[in-house]
Ligand binder design. Sequence first.
Ligand code: SF4
Length: 136
Amino acid sequence: MNLTDLKTPALHYFSSPAMCCANELVQAESSRYDLERLGCYRTTTIEDADVLVILGALTESIAQELVVLYHKMPKPQRVIVAGTCGCGGGLFPFLGQQTFVDPKSLFPIDLYVPGCPPRPEAMIRAFVDLKSKVSS
Ligand code: SF4
């Protein structure tokens, strides 16, 4: 897949309330990595979003809000979960202060991005893989 192929289809993504993983997504958006050159654009309007990016562990209150947001997205909704905390709770289940909600119990997940934090390259790879999935 070359760079021109990667520009289509364009994907607009909305990211969940962020924890430290969000810095890596911001890095991926920076001029060094330039996620936009791959046709991936951040949106702050959930009704315009093709992709929901979940960053960090989900508490019950955040999970409820994400379900509402997910159902406001145009179909088919796509979901990327990034970071050890988002994928499996990280340390939070062991701290006992918060209840970790597994995102796959809320809606289908298209891709998991492991790492603490996942590197910007891993975030970019997730979008490239999602584009391949959407195109096929
Ligand atoms: S996976 Fe690591 S970087 Fe990401 S939210 Fe958890 S502690 Fe922070």
